[in-house]
Design a protein around this ligand. Structure first.
Ligand code: NDP
Length: 606
């Protein structure tokens, strides 16, 4: 029997797999808490001020009571790409309703210093080919992505009818007139023949439920509402010059903190980074894109080819060249080469799972070795090492984050899974010590595991008065993650129950946008007032999803976080938070066939 090489460290020594597995479980156990998602605070009441938009003043306007063909809730990538495809399909009036002061969604709100996309711009930024735009860098920075959102909005005329600084309060289907009635916090009560929701999974900021959080008398803000008036600098990278004499605490070390800590470290008098769980921080390796090279690859259909190549490669289904070559595809490449080395008798599901785990052991050893290579102080370096499988928490990629801890003014406060104990009028308390600070920056993330209706801020009342929260009481039910039985002319734009591709969310959205535009065009062409998925077709899709083996993202062995419902059993409903069982690449190809056939199997046009 052929023997397979066991996983090794970067220096070639063998990895003791049992010891690492034990360490992973020990570290997970330190972080398990009984209160799960309830440990976080909603930004209501006296905390509502944390939600104020610091970027655009709110302008008063008269309520709308008119009618549009299509209304889209959310002006981020989902609304923009769907709106663009609808316009291309000849739908003239598409109204975006957006709580921010402009289009952009996550890129409207997240303007913290260093904000940057973690997926290569050429596949992350949608509609590059349609708008004729070349991103300036392999991983574009936030201002460029926001500008691209505005470019899409202008190019496709999506500003014409948009309502900004407007939050939906109620959506109700009027079966007699076959329209949706859209009510908002601006007193609007307009109708739309078709309606889509693309509010994104990460748009409601949350704070950690730390005792005393409201006692703090210094300055504080959440990273998604960055206060440049206080810090100085700007989203384009100008130094945060007003922090030179300030003692600043940042709470949280997720993907956001990893990007803004280097900027804070360069600017603050003293910076305290309060860490509960370290992120895995792999190589970024950003570089400007070369226009000559871009011209050579940007032949017709290039972005779709790149999207498909990345999806196949990053999900382990690539067969040829890896066009994107980044951290997301690296793990898949390693896994593939390990699987290719398996002798035929080990080409079993268990054999492949073991090959995946071995590739992961090696990857994480490299990431931990990188900390040792960059961070001079041993205790700090040890604190920054992530002890879990790479996809247990959101993987991060950065070339300056670890080095920031070599500055004498930057201090890691590693709480070893316990988190911040308390906040007083003047200090952040952790590990029994009070750190006196002038400012607290909460890099504490966004609501994820909460009810969809709670995050959206409204419920949806469909045919026969049934609410979406009721229809989904036992878990999400859709066809393709888009169509919901009992909710005619409504489309949901998000990845779950579709491709569920997390490494490049926009690919999910662009495919949904294309599909919705095709369905709406067909409905208009055949003069149908309404289109709805049948109960049987929805059930058949749910049954298909239930054949999915489940994802590692929700593994209880993982260290807690929003990927696994803070380590708590999410109940049987979570069983439906999966994608097409055959994988993302297969789903996109299936969806293309479904759409192009023109029969829209499972939908009823009336
Ligand atoms: P996260 O939810 O990832 O991180 C929140 C941080 O706050 C964690 O480090 C968490 O620790 C910490 N925390 C929570 N409670 C406490 C406490 N009581 N004491 C100390 N620390 C605490 O939020 P982010 O804003 O960083 O990222 C959210 C998501 O947004 C990312 O996962 C990613 O999907 C997306 N994002 C994408 C980017 C991109 O593509 N460029 C950039 C930034 C974000 P613990 O881990 O222990 O829970």
């Amino acid at each position: 029997m052929t023997s397979v090489r066991g996983p090794v460290r970067p220096d070639g020594t063998p990895i003791d797999k049992d010891a690492v597995r034990r360490r992973y479980l020990e570290e997970r156990d330190k972080r398990l808490r009984a209160d799960g998602n309830d440990q976080y605070l909603r930004l209501t009441g006296e905390l509502a001020g944390y939600l104020t938009d610091p970027y655009t003043p709110r302008v008063e306007r008269a309520p709308r009571t008119d009618h549009v063909t299509f209304a889209f809730i959310g002006g981020g990538f989902a609304g923009l790409v769907t709106g663009a495809r609808l316009k291309e399909a000849g739908v003239r009036d598409v109204r975006i309703v957006e709580k921010g002061g402009d289009v952009g969604g996550t890129w409207y709100w997240n303007r913290y210093p260093g904000a940057q996309c973690d997926t290569a711009s050429l596949i992350y930024m949608p509609l590059l080919e349609e708008t004729g735009y070349m991103p300036s860098e392999k991983y574009a920075h936030a201002p460029e992505i926001l500008e691209h959102c505005q470019r899409i909005g202008k190019h496709f005329g999506l500003y014409d009818d948009a309502l900004f600084h407007t939050e939906v309060t109620d959506l109700a289907w009027d079966d007699e007139r076959s329209v949706w009635i859209v009510r908002t916090d601006r007193g609007d009560a307009f109708t739309a023949q078709f309606l889509a929701m693309g509010t994104g999974p990460l748009h409601v900021p949350k704070l950690p439920g730390i005792p005393g959080i409201t006692d703090f008398r210094g300055h504080s803000f959440h990273t998604s509402r960055w206060d440049y008036d206080y810090t100085g600098g700007d989203p384009f990278g100008a130094p945060l010059e007003k922090l030179a004499d300030k003692r600043v605490a940042i709470i949280g070390t997720g993907a956001t903190a990893v990007q803004c800590v280097p900027h804070l470290a360069a600017a603050c008098g003293e910076l305290y980074v309060f860490q509960r769980t370290p992120s895995s921080v792999d190589v970024r390796d950003n570089a400007p894109l070369d226009p000559e090279w871009f011209a050579s690859i940007a032949t017709p259909g290039w972005q779709q080819r790149w999207l498909e190549n990345f999806t196949a490669t990053s999900t382990g289904n690539g067969t040829g060249e890896d066009l994107v070559m980044d951290g997301w595809t690296d793990l898949a490449r390693r896994m593939r080469s390990r699987i290719a080395a398996l002798p035929p008798e080990q080409l079993t599901p268990e054999g492949m799972r073991a090959a995946f785990e071995d590739a992961d052991f090696e990857k994480m050893e490299e990431i931990r070795a990188r900390v040792d290579a960059i961070v001079a102080d041993r205790e700090t370096a040890d604190g920054l090492k992530a002890w879990y499988r790479q996809l247990c928490k959101r993987p991060c990629f950065h070339d300056e984050y670890l080095d920031a801890f070599n500055r004498p003014s930057t201090h890691l406060v590693h709480t070893d899974g316990k988190g911040v104990e308390r906040i007083t009028e003047t200090a952040v308390v952790a590990n029994g010590r009070a750190y006196e600070v002038d400012c607290i920056i909460y890099a504490s993330g966004f609501e994820v595991g909460t009810e969809y209706t709670r995050r959206a801020g409204y419920d949806v009342t469909g045919r026969d008065g049934v609410r979406l929260s009721e229809h989904w009481a036992d878990g999400m039910r859709t066809k393709h993650g888009i169509h919901v039985h009992g909710f005619p002319n409504l489309f949901v734009v998000q990845p779950t129950q579709g491709a569920n591709l997390i490494s490049n969310v926009p690919h999910n959205l662009t495919e949904s946008g294309r599909t919705i535009a095709a369905v709406v065009r067909h409905a208009l062409d055949v003069g149908a007032a309404a289109v709805e998925v049948t109960a049987e077709a929805e059930q058949a899709w749910v049954d298909l999803l239930l054949t999915h083996p489940g994802t590692m993202l929700s593994s209880p062995d993982c260290t807690p976080g929003y990927y696994n419902n803070e380590g708590q059993d999410a109940g049987p409903r979570a069983r439906l938070n999966v994608g097409y069982p055959a994988g993302a690449a297969a789903y996109f190809s299936y969806l293309d066939g479904w759409r192009s056939s023109g029969t829209y199997e499972g939908l009823m046009f009336r």
